[in-house]
Design a protein around this ligand. Structure first.
Ligand code: 0X9
Ligand code: ZN
Length: 416
């Protein structure tokens, strides 16, 4: 679970602690004779929301940031991760910022300890805590076994490192029916997207007999739910680096949400393999994007929701260009219905806009779903708006799932 950064800090902390009194004398002598030999301990990695006024300021932030959590072309806010030197650099240049998470590794470590303790205690509700890849994957079988008349599990593909990518197919329709595809976890660190996808499937299975809206949707449609589209990345985020985003293709991973073919290679994606938005060598170079593409190609899909976090936003095409999509007004109406349905559950606001209005990015899923998949493709950025970022308190899984389900029902009832 610890990231490389935390491990490094821990190692030096331990080494410093292990240096007992006897060695301290020798160390002091060495320091006096040849200057400091022990490397400085790195300070915490801090997530901040920066207000940039000019392109020069934006560039200055880019050069010192360790990671980009969320971007914006139109607004002035950028969420980035900085070390102490980066924070000093902003202060020196007079760039305003607000701290979101003072020490992101401490937050990840607290989350890890909490999950470990919860596993030992093993209390009730499956959605009271985040679940790892194997547990989520096995839960698809549990749901299918609960209602074999409604649900079955299908394998969509196999990840780079050989993990299966599976989906739950939900329907009570007889004969051919239009399909709606939901997925989570394109980005490994966005754990809430995995939990919300799984939870929406769970609610549909358990609500079929009691909720007339769910019954109608499943009587008339097929709903496909693929909660973990990037299993290797998700496992890596659980086991090694909480803030891992990409898949695990050698050597540095590919950003799956830059690997789709529409607008591939365009703005907001990178050819630098180390970049967090590295698009891969060519469109659909990755088995994970191919798995989801093949499902959408072979099924009569009318809508696709790609769940992400964070920011509380509903995004519609285009993402690769600021030009309006042919059915922009229809997208906006559907998005508006989803945003209202979300607000009606817990009063939370999800902003509606085209993806490129937020920032242009080539090779994303929603543009492909629309142009090539013939579906109304949306990206929903789940909770929170900023705050704790990717590490969302587990008490918010249930309410965020209420929002996801409300959005999906509102969409399913309106597309044909
Ligand atoms: O950048 C992404 O892939 C998505 N945001 S995230 O913070 N979850 O990584 C948003 C993609 C939406 N598309 C565009 N903005 N074009
Ligand atoms: Zn994402």
């Amino acid at each position: 679970m610890l990231g490389a950064w935390s491990r490094w800090r821990e190692t030096w902390g331990t080494l410093a602690g292990l240096a007992g009194l006897g060695t301290a004398v020798a160390l002091a002598a060495a320091l006096l004779s040849s200057g400091p030999t022990e490397p400085e301990l790195p300070g915490p990695r801090t997530a901040v929301r920066v207000q940039v006024q000019t392109e020069t300021e934006r560039e200055a932030v880019r050069t010192v940031m360790l990671d980009l959590w969320s971007d914006s072309d139109t607004g002035t806010a950028l969420d980035v991760v900085l070390d102490a030197q980066g924070i000093d650099a902003l202060r020196e240049r007079g760039i305003a910022f607000e701290v979101l998470v003072p020490d992101i590794d401490a937050v990840a470590e607290a989350e890890r300890a909490r999950i470990e303790a919860a596993e030992i205690a093993r209390p009730g509700n499956w959605f009271s805590e985040y679940r790892d890849y194997e547990t989520v994957d096995a839960y698809l079988d549990v749901l299918a076994a609960r209602r074999p008349d409604l649900a079955r599990v299908e394998q969509l593909g196999v990840s780079t490192n050989g993990r299966r990518i599976r989906a739950l197919r939900l329907s009570a329709a007889e004969g051919e029916a239009k399909a709606i595809v939901l997925n989570g976890g394109q980005h490994a660190r966005e754990w809430i997207s995995v939990m919300v996808s799984t939870c929406v499937a769970d609610r549909m299975v358990s609500g079929y007999d009691t909720d007339p809206r769910i019954r109608t949707v499943l009587d008339e449609r097929v709903v496909w739910v693929a909660p973990v589209i990037n299993p290797d990345g998700y496992v890596h985020s659980w086991e090694s680096d909480r803030y891992w985003r990409k898949n695990r293709a050698e050597p540095y991973g590919v950003d799956l949400n830059r690997n789709w073919s529409v607008g591939f290679g365009g703005r907001g994606s990178s050819s630098n393999r180390r970049s967090q938005i590295y698009r891969g060598p060519h469109a659909f170079s990755e088995p994970e994007t191919r798995a989801l593409r093949d499902l959408i190609t072979r099924e009569p899909v009318v809508a696709h929701v790609d769940f992400h976090s964070f920011g509380q936003m509903i995004l519609y095409p285009w993402g690769h260009t600021k030009k309006p999509a042919p059915q922009r007004d229809r997208f906006a109406a559907l998005g508006d219905a989803m945003a209202s349905a979300i607000a009606a559950t817990h009063g939370e606001r999800y902003k509606l806009m085209s993806a490129a209005e937020l920032y242009a990015a080539g090779g994303t899923a929603l543009d492909w779903s629309y142009e090539e998949g013939g579906a109304f493709g949306f990206t929903i950025e789940l909770r929170p708006t900023g705050g704790s970022g990717f590490v969302l308190p587990p008490e918010q899984i249930g309410p965020t799932c209420d929002e996801g389900l409300a959005a999906v029902l509102a969409l399913a009832e309106r597309v044909d």
